[in-house]
Every structure is written in C-alpha cells, then in structure tokens.
Design a protein around this ligand. Structure first.
Ligand code: NDP
Length: 299
C-alpha cells in the first residue's frame, strides 16, 4: 500500500497564510491582533519555543509582546502581570510558557488568564466549554491534528479513533475534538490492557505518549490515518558521536508501510502547533471586536 505523507509543514504554511490575510483585513480597520508570551526562567527548550512563537507572530503581521521574567519571580508578581495583560485592549492572546518553575502553581496561573485571551485553551472554562461542545479556545496541538485529519479525510463521522495518551494538553482535548466530529473514540493510556489490539481497531490513530517509536507498524490497521504527536530526541550514532535526531511515538517506517496516511516527525504535527496558536489569537481578536469568525481556522 502506498501511504500518503501528511505534510504538516506545508499545511502550517497555508494556515499562516490564511491568518496573515485576515490580519491584513483587520489592519485596514485599524485593528492589529496582539499576542503576549510570558516566559519565566531560562529553560533552553522553552526559550526556543518562545523565540519561534514571537518570530511567527510578527511574520503574519500581528504584534508580539514578549515578557521574560527571572526564574525566582514570585507568584504575586506573575499574577499582577497577567492581570495587567488581561486588562490591556491591545492584547488579544496571552500565553504562559509551560513548564513553570516549581514554586509557581501552574493551575492557578493559567486560571488567572482571561478565558477569552487564553489562546492555549488550558483555562478551566475553555476545558469545560470544549467538553460540553460549546465555543471554546481549543488547545493548539490537538486543533492542528484535527485540521489535518479533516483536510485529509473530509468527514470523520463514524470512524473509530484511538488516542494513546490522556494528558490535559494533548490526549484529552484531542479525544473531545474527535468526539465533536462524531468519531467513536477510545482513550488509551499506561494502564490500558492489550494496547496493540486497541490500536488495531483504529481508523484514526493518534499517538501522544512521549515514548520513542513505541507504536510499531503491526499495531496499525491497514489503511488507517496515523497522527504522531510525539517529539522525542534519541541518540543518532550514524550521524556522528554525540549526535541526536527527532523521532515520534510511532515507528515511522513500519507504520508507513501499512497506514493509509501518516504524519512524519519532524514536519508533521509540530509545525501546526504554532500555526494554530496564531489562528487562536486571530479568533480571539475577532471575538473581542464583535466580528464574525474566520471560517476553517477552529474546531
Ligand atoms: P504526558 O507525559 O503528559 O502524557 C503521556 C501520556 O502517555 C499519559 O497519559 C500516559 O499515561 C501515556 N503513556 C505513557 N506510557 C505509556 C505506555 N507505555 N502505553 C500507553 N500509554 C502510555 O505527555 P504529553 O501529552 O504532554 O506529550 C506527549 C508527546 O507529545 C510527547 O512526546 C511530547 O513531546 C509531544 N508533544 C508534541 C507537541 C507538538 O507540538 N507536536 C505538543 C505537546 C506535546 P498515564 O496517564 O497512564 O500516565
């Protein structure tokens, strides 16, 4: 079987292009969407993510507001900044980069963001709205997966979807979105019995585990659509001493031999996450200004 490689990089470029088009329209009305990204501490991976987010925000014509705070910032100071951003009409989206240093309560911090500006979709109100099928801010990674699935498969109604992983940022919202699109959804996790059999029933298999190449091709139903959320860095001695490479949670070669379609790692889900962050900021800006929402950029 020839598998289709779902090109997340190209898809993300298309999404960013659409967002940029809408931003240009808003600017003609004198409105510029603004995204504030708050980084506490010096975590190197977080610094890279925040830099990329800022760069891509500017590229689509939005304003980017970076707030870098020292690692020992007090909870009171962080909450004061969030309150200030909540009240600022030039800010339409607020993102607090996770993980936060251990002395800060992430739940408290996230839940202090105005839900209308919560472009990560992690605020308890947005979680509840998504869970009850109401208009929410949808977490970016699963939103990107849903967009790619719709683009590739059209209607998802009636398909068996298996999501491996039940985190609040990927697995659970992914399952809610698939349910919203009328899939029959199974959520699997570390206590699932006979995971291989569960995966083999999937027309749509979403892997969000964080274990390199854990899902082999013989767990994949022939013709299934496989979405690999995992980003794992593993040693790559073939590239030279001390070198590494990125792999997903799915064993790509064996899965691609049976799947109908599959996202590669890198170049699959990853690039869609920031594109969806920009889409969420655009939507938040439209909502804040009482404008009709752009089609096709949300769940
Ligand atoms: P978490 O560690 O929060 O959750 C992992 C989930 O996988 C848990 O629900 C856990 O089950 C389950 N799990 C762990 N081991 C097994 C196993 N052996 N069998 C079945 N299930 C298992 O991870 P995240 O959801 O945050 O991230 C998952 C992956 O996605 C990571 O590789 C991460 O880097 C990547 N990621 C990629 C993003 C992107 O932009 N592409 C964005 C976010 C994450 P249990 O609950 O029982 O412990």
């Amino acid at each position: 079987m020839t598998t289709t490689i779902i090109d997340g990089k190209a898809f993300a470029e298309k999404v960013r292009g659409r967002v940029a088009g809408f931003v240009a329209g808003l600017k003609e009305r004198g409105i510029t969407p603004g995204l504030a990204v708050v980084l506490v501490g010096e975590d190197p991976a977080s610094q890279v993510y925040v830099r990329n987010k800022g760069k891509q925000t500017l590229e689509v014509g939005m304003n980017s507001h970076g707030h870098k705070l020292p690692a020992d910032t007090s909870e009171a100071d962080l909450l004061a900044l969030i309150n200030q951003l909540n009240a600022d009409p030039a800010i339409h989206g607020i993102l607090v980069q996770l993980p936060l240093p251990g002395h800060l309560n992430s739940d408290l911090v996230i839940n202090s963001i105005d839900p209308a500006k919560d472009v990560d979709g992690f605020h308890i109100s947005n979680v509840g709205l998504l869970g009850t099928g109401q208009k929410a801010m949808v977490p970016c990674t699963p939103l990107g997966c849903l967009m790619m699935l719709r683009d590739h498969l059209g209607s998802l109604a009636g398909l068996n979807a298996v999501v491996v992983g039940r985190s609040n940022i990927v697995g659970k919202p992914m399952a809610q979105l698939l349910l919203g699109d009328n899939c029959t959804v199974t959520i699997a996790h570390s206590r699932t019995k006979d995971l291989a059999e569960v995966c083999r029933r999937a027309d749509i298999l979403v892997a969000a585990v964080g274990r390199p190449e854990m899902i082999p091709g013989d767990w994949v139903k022939p013709g299934a659509t496989v979405i690999d959320v995992g980003i794992n860095r593993v040693p790559a001695p073939d590239k030279g001493e001390g070198k590494t490479r990125l792999v997903g949670d799915v064993h790509y070669e064996s899965a691609a031999a049976v799947a109908g379609a599959i996202t590669p790692v890198p170049g699959g889900v990853g690039p869609m996450t920031i594109a969806c962050l920009l889409a969420n900021t655009l939507i938040a800006c439209h909502r804040a200004n009482g404008l009709p929402e752009p089609e096709g950029l949300t769940a």
